[in-house]
Design a protein around this ligand. Structure first.
Ligand code: 9MR
Length: 666
């Protein structure tokens, strides 16, 4: 962070902030519990206990007029963002004609309730009056400077106003700069200028760049990462990155959110979730509420796990006031409370994520009416009545026992829905099934009723097993893998595949299936160095008839070099005409001792250039790239993995990606 120009003011504000935190945890503010974080405490108590904020975007009318709104606002949250009234069209609708009434209302409320205010937003292409949009370059830059100086300056000595969104939504979805009137008139320089003007107006405010669809690692968030890195290298005072978090259950959760936050944190900036909401396609249902609750917990958990994440702001709190239905008419119900101020599962999810699950001890209800259908010689479809849970059902465990009695139940799969298809069964064989439900805190329900299934004998009455695979042999054994091949089986109807079985060591232990193959070869990876394994294969046909097992081959992996070996797997996460992101590139210690560094080499096709990288240090020589670990991810215990990633620009029309990844230690 750029050093403050007025250290006296900074320390005064920091003292007041400390006092606010102290107040939060020791004194009763109106309707706030005096006790430390407890199971029944409001959100802000639990957040403060973990050194984070939990906030909401405030609408001024209900804040002034509705007691129910105001009570929740002050009880549950320790941070506020103005949803609209600090934007340019409200504060300076014509040149130098200022209206601070809404902004002051929110700041005064925050001061009275010991809450932080995040100023939103100074420079945005939306909700900016026409008089600004029509200016020429020099006048536009001056207007921007005046606006920032006046608005930020007004609250610079207010201890509650601690941060600002300086620029908002400056990227397009491909990671280019948005073609806004700002960019079209001033070019990229408007961004650095805005931050410098904000720093001059308030030397100790936290200054953020904010955007949407940057929660996961993708082209847009990588562009943002590169911009923040380059601005900071030029001493532009960017302190903080805001991930808006406008999520929708129908589009899936950005599962690399935490990893994305972490790579920004490694640049030295604070990160925060600034506008979280999780909309659903209406109408609400128990299942959608549950999914939504899971998204909320995931976001809060990610922030809790990243030290540099200051907190989470929810874009409102009641479905009565949400921007979503106005913008997406068939969607809504995105917030923690319904339109009647009743808490939804999303509230409980946020609460329990903030208190680390310590208050959720309630298990889901028992799944019921477990039934089997579509039974073939090798598969069965199971379905059951979904469980309910106070927070939300995270998933179901599918349990199976052999035969119609005796034996014991073991887990054969999981499902996030109330159905499951179990494949790979033997023909003419009985199995018993049960399911149980889990929630995010790890509470597990009782098991459902048991359903017994007997597979059919095969559609055509085929009872003839394939011939036994012969001549099983291993080749190309490394410290972590081996290639198996064998003589193919024959069958009266046709071989559908082979089961690959493995036992540990050169004798003893038992064989367990480690994979399947539809051809007469198989590569088994992920092995330990200097270790022996035995392999067998057997063939299956469509009716579920299984051959005898082949001969046994014993394999001993190599030593993996001094200090241990490593392997690398590379994934293309996203690509577009002109570039791609490879992420995660997973480096695994395949050796038997810890390693303290690793080197991955790979080849960039002609014309491909590296434009961004994270969690590693990549250098290139011609088209050969060498990635070495970053300072913090070189040490890997045996079997442990880490990841890094990079972005590449490539010629238009070229669909190739980097290849030839190899890993070595050191
Ligand atoms: O929630 C805000 C809504 O009331 C306004 O009409 C809208 C105007 O564009 O802005 C909404 O808030 C936006 C925020 O300021 C920036 N990120 C996206 C938010 C949702 O559109």
């Amino acid at each position: 962070m750029t050093p403050p120009r007025v250290p006296v003011r900074r320390s005064r504000r920091r003292l007041v902030q400390l006092a606010v935190v102290a107040l939060l945890s020791t004194f009763a503010v109106p309707v706030l519990s005096a006790s430390p974080a407890s199971a029944s405490g409001p959100l802000r108590t639990h957040a403060a206990a973990r050194g984070k904020f939990i906030g909401f975007a405030a609408a001024t009318s209900p804040l002034a007029n509705e007691a129910a709104y105001r009570t929740i606002a002050q009880t549950e949250f320790n941070q506020i963002t103005a949803e609209n009234v600090m934007k340019w069209d409200t504060t300076e609708s014509s040149d130098n004609n200022w209206n601070f009434s809404g902004a002051d209302q929110i700041v005064n409320f925050a001061v009275a309730n010991n809450q932080q205010v995040h100023g939103h937003t100074l420079v945005w292409h939306s909700q900016t009056p026409g008089w600004v949009q029509g200016l020429g370059a020099t006048a536009m830059r001056t207007a921007m400077q005046d606006h920032i100086a006046t608005l930020v300056g007004r609250y610079a000595n207010n201890a509650s106003v601690v941060s600002w969104d300086v620029v908002n939504e400056v990227f397009d979805e491909n990671g280019g700069f948005r073609s806004s009137f700002w960019y079209n008139t001033l070019g990229q320089s408007f961004i650095a200028d805005a931050f410098r003007y904000a720093r001059a107006a308030d030397p100790d405010a936290r200054l953020c760049i904010n955007d949407y669809n940057v929660e996961g690692i993708n082209a847009k968030s990588t562009a943002m990462y590169n911009l923040v890195q380059s601005l900071r290298a030029q001493n532009v005072p960017v302190d903080c990155v805001g991930f808006q978090g406008h999520l929708a259950t129908q589009y899936g959760f950005p599962s690399d959110l935490q990893q994305n936050m972490q790579r920004f944190a490694a640049l030295g900036v604070q990160v925060r979730v600034t506008e979280l909401d999780v909309r659903i396609v209406m109408p609400r249902s128990t299942a959608k509420d549950t999914t939504q609750a899971t998204y909320y917990s995931n976001v809060v958990n990610a922030c809790m796990a990243v030290t540099a994440c200051a907190g989470v702001t929810i874009w409102g709190f009641t479905d009565k006031y949400s921007w979503v239905p106005d913008t997406f008419p068939s969607e809504g119900a995105a917030l923690l409370y319904d339109a009647n101020y009743q808490q939804k599962p999303a509230y409980t999810a946020v609460h329990n994520a903030l208190d680390n699950g310590t208050s959720d001890t309630q298990a889901p209800s028992t799944p019921s009416s477990l039934a089997a259908s579509g039974i073939t010689s090798s598969s069965v479809n199971l379905s059951w009545t979904a469980s309910t849970d106070n927070v939300g059902v995270a998933g179901y465990d599918i349990l199976r026992a052999p035969g119609t009695s005796g034996g014991s139940f073991a887990q054969v799969g999981t499902s996030t829905t109330a159905s499951f298809s179990n494949t790979g069964l033997s023909a003419n064989t009985s199995y018993r099934y049960q399911v149980r439900a889990r929630d995010a805190a790890g509470n597990v329900s009782a098991v459902s009723n048991t359903v017994t299934v007997t597979t059919t004998g095969g559609g055509t009455g085929d009872t003839q097993a394939p011939s036994t695979p012969g001549n099983l042999a291993a080749s190309g054994t490394t410290s972590s893998s081996t290639n198996l091949s064998w003589t193919a089986s024959t069958d009266d109807v046709g071989v559908t595949g082979y089961d690959i079985l493995r036992a540990p060591g050169t004798s003893g232990g038992s064989f367990a299936q480690v994979g399947t193959s539809t051809t007469a070869s198989f590569s088994n990876t992920g092995l330990s160095a200097n270790t022996s394994y035995r392999y067998q294969v057997r063939a299956r046909d469509a009716a579920g008839n299984v051959s005898a097992v082949s001969n046994t081959v014993t394999v001993t992996t190599t030593g993996g070099g001094t200090g241990g070996g490593c392997s690398v797997t590379a994934t293309v996460q996203t690509q577009w005409n002109g570039g791609y992101v490879m992420q995660p590139i997973t480096v695994t210690n395949t050796g038997t001792s810890a390693i303290s560094s690793w080197t991955v080499t790979f080849t960039l096709p002609p014309g491909h250039t590296l434009v961004g990288q994270w969690n590693g240090v990549i250098t290139t020589s011609g088209q050969t790239a060498t990635a070495k670990n970053a300072a913090y991810n070189g040490s890997l215990a045996p079997g442990a993995s880490t990841t890094f990633g990079f972005q590449v620009a490539r010629p238009s029309g070229d669909n190739s990606t980097a290849s030839g990844f190899t890993c070595a230690t050191p």
